[in-house]
Design a protein around this ligand. Sequence first.
Ligand code: HEC
Length: 151
Amino acid sequence: MKKNAWHFGLLAALLILPACDRQEEPPKEPAAVPQQQVQPVQPPMTSEQAMPPSGAMPMAESMAKGDIAVGEKVYNQACSSCHDEGISGAPKIGDSAAWAERIAKGMEALNKNSINGFTGETGMMPAKGGFSALSDDEVKAAVEYMVSQSK
Ligand code: HEC
């Protein structure tokens, strides 16, 4: 029986030890997510909310209307090099005296001269400011912008 008792003791030890081990482990917290991490899912922005409040028109639509914003962009890219400072006889943007006579000719004439280029009393205006890749509408938008700034 001695042998059996020893066996029993060993068996008991084997059973109890892991049990004790388990008790020493820190109690397992329920896997609760802290409240502030659970955020309600935001609904995706509608296109209306994403639009700037000014109600700016999409580019294509603006172009068709010869929009001032398009004109300003074209002006800065293709026309400002001469017309900002009045280089080589170009009527300076914002100089209403320099523009009054030109504006009096009518937009039709200004557009035509800007698209085709012309040589006047003060200098030579290259066709489309030298940017032949510009469409006629883009040049017209730039003229529109220049005139609106020079009245
Ligand atoms: C290389 C310089 C130069 C660039 C670039 C240039 N211009 Fe001019 N532009 C002139 C000069 C010089 C005149 C004045 C010509 C004259 O009346 O003797 C002029 C005149 C004009 C006029 C008056 C036309 C008229 O009938 O009186 C308009 C409008 C104009 N430019 C628009 C534009 C636009 C739009 C652009 C850009 C797409 C542009 N220009 C780029 C030099 C330039």
